[in-house]
Design a protein around this ligand. Structure first.
Ligand code: SF4
Length: 306
């Protein structure tokens, strides 16, 4: 981590690696998820909407190639980015026959200036052949796999209908290690009935596994989800902005300074958001995280013993 940084952010990591601004381009490959199609469960995680946390670009008829070309155009204008990572985000991006996955990943890697892949998936959706395939790409490109954990409490995972337990996540991480593939974990702060202690337990679990990156999300309520019904019934409350910021800082203090922080807030679609309204103020929340760390005179890994 750079001396003037309080956490190890993705942009700096990518700039150091490639010597220029690198942006991730979100790709919707038109896949599905075993937690939605009835294989594990139906209806999906209680906070997930019908687009599987994705852009819906595939439903509009856009190929992976076209999505990347469009993404390159807009991100190079907006951020002066020179290189790009194809981020397979929607649904579970290792949940298809190997030949289909190979063709999708290679379609992405064939686009000029794509320097890597980031593959979002569930920990129960990886096997040796798909990891071998990604390992092979990792010899020439930067390859990240992003596993959804969300919480290290089995009770919470059952409540949110994740369809897997904490051990499943640990097994996936162990299977993926030592292959040259970088591992990122997704965690949601503010899940129903979770206490600060539960969330710090999630931080400690992630820390013990020695993974490479983390994405922290705020639990926000999307219209039309089962979570919205629970919210309307008063089953749980959303976090207040400063409450979330404090939890993010607590979490960062308890993970290794070497871990790449890929995200620190959620990114709700304004039209789909039911609550909390402050979750749309992304820049303000990031600034509050920075100033809170400053006020605490704190940083990522402060409580990690070296
Ligand atoms: S695993 Fe992802 S895509 Fe599947 S139901 Fe849960 S949030 Fe939605």
């Amino acid at each position: 981590m750079q001396a003037n940084k309080r956490y190890n952010d993705l942009n700096t990591y990518l700039r150091n690696l490639f010597g220029c601004r690198v942006q991730k381009i979100t790709v919707d490959a038109g896949l599905t998820c075993p937690n939605r199609d009835g294989t594990i469960a139906s209806g999906g995680c209680i906070y997930c909407n019908i687009r599987g946390s994705g852009t819906g670009a595939h439903a509009k008829g856009l190929s992976v190639f076209k999505q990347l070309i469009n993404g390159k155009k807009s991100l190079s204008r907006r951020y002066r980015a020179k290189k790009f990572i194809a981020y397979f985000q929607s649904f579970s991006n290792t949940y298809a026959p190997l030949s289909v996955l190979k063709s999708l990943y290679e379609e992405a890697l064939s686009v000029e200036d794509i320097v890597g892949l980031s593959v979002g998936t569930r920990p129960d959706c990886v096997d040796e052949p798909v990891l071998d395939l990604l390992q092979n790409y990792a010899r020439h490109w930067l390859v990240w796999i992003e596993y959804g954990l969300q919480s290290a409490s089995d009770k919470t995972l059952a409540l949110i209908n994740r369809g897997h337990d904490v051990q499943c996540f640990i097994d996936a991480v162990e299977k993926t290690k030592n292959r040259g593939i970088k591992i990122c974990a997704h965690v949601i702060l503010g899940l129903p009935h979770e206490t600060r202690q539960d969330m710090l337990h999630t931080a400690a679990t992630i820390q013990k596994l020695g993974i490479d990156g983390i994405k922290l999300h705020l639990l926000y309520v999307v219209k039309g989800t089962r979570l919205e019904t629970l919210y309307r019934q008063g089953e749980f409350k959303c976090l207040e902005q400063q409450e979330y910021v404090d939890l993010v800082c607590d979490f960062l203090e308890r993970i290794s300074p070497a871990m790449i922080v890929q995200r620190l807030t959620g990114d709700p679609h304004p039209k789909e958001l039911a609550a909390p309204a402050w979750s749309l103020k992304k820049t303000e929340t990031l600034e509050l995280i920075r100033t809170t760390l400053e006020k605490r005179d704190s940083w990522q890994g402060k409580y990690i013993k070296s």
